[in-house]
Design a binder for this molecule. Structure first.
Ligand SMILES: O=C(O)COP(=O)(O)O
Ligand SMILES: [Mg+2]
Length: 215
């Protein structure tokens, strides 16, 4: 089966680096930093949307959105993974899933360039022959197009989606793919309010969970 993974809050805890980039720009603007839970709550719909949420929280004029988005992105790309951690058990789970014959792809709302840089810096790039970012197509998740593009680029066939958020649950539903929910990421809703085929809190359990579903 083709397994399409989300990135932020699923494979990696990346919010500290996103918050650092945001807070550097706020500092340059003479504004107080936002705390980590606040910035984490803004992750999920891509960088332009995150900056829009930051600007609303800081009462910055929306006319500056393009400029501030470019500055946050430049800051983030300068140091994208220094504070970012791969969640426990991810690497072993990805290896086990490949050994079991699955093919892995990545579908994130993070812009493609920093997504690829982070995968490489954290040693995850070799798992993912296909990477679709938030700016790879003209639409991003929860539109199903990025997930469907990942599936098509992997050669087509049965696919499942693994993610941590409301956005991923909606994407999987729209793409008609079973959704595996990682419960320890950046979701805002209770687990039972997110439609999912199966949920897991520990990556060590994912290979058997997917094996059971297939059987
Ligand atoms: O960049 C975001 O807003 C979210 O990224 P994700 O799709 O990898 O969770
Ligand atoms: Mg996510």
């Amino acid at each position: 089966m083709i397994l399409i993974f989300d990135l932020d809050g699923t494979l990696i805890d990346s919010a500290p680096d996103i918050a650092a980039a945001v807070n550097q720009v706020l500092h340059e603007e003479g504004l107080a930093p936002l705390d980590l839970p606040t910035v984490t709550g803004f992750v999920g719909n891509g960088l332009p949307k995150l900056v829009e949420r930051v600007m609303a929280a800081c009462a910055l004029p929306s006319a500056r959105h393009q400029e501030l988005t470019a500055r946050v992105l430049r800051q983030y790309e300068a140091e994208p993974s220094a504070r970012t951690r791969v969640y426990p058990g991810v690497v072993q789970a990805l290896k086990d899933l490949q050994v079991a014959g699955h093919e892995l792809a990545l579908c994130t709302n993070k812009p493609e360039a920093p997504a690829r840089a982070i995968l490489q810096q954290l040693g995850l790039d070799s798992f993912f022959p296909v990477v679709i970012g938030g700016d790879t197509l003209s639409v991003n998740k929860p539109n199903p197009a990025p997930a469907l593009a990942a599936q098509a680029q992997m050669g087509g066939g049965p696919a499942a989606f693994i993610g941590d958020s409301e956005v991923d649950a909606a994407t999987a539903k729209a793409a008609a793919m079973p959704f595996y929910l990682f419960t320890e990421g950046y979701r805002k809703s209770p687990v039972d309010q997110l439609p999912h085929h199966a949920a897991f809190a520990d990556f060590a359990n994912l290979p058997s969970l997917i094996g059971q579903t297939e059987a």
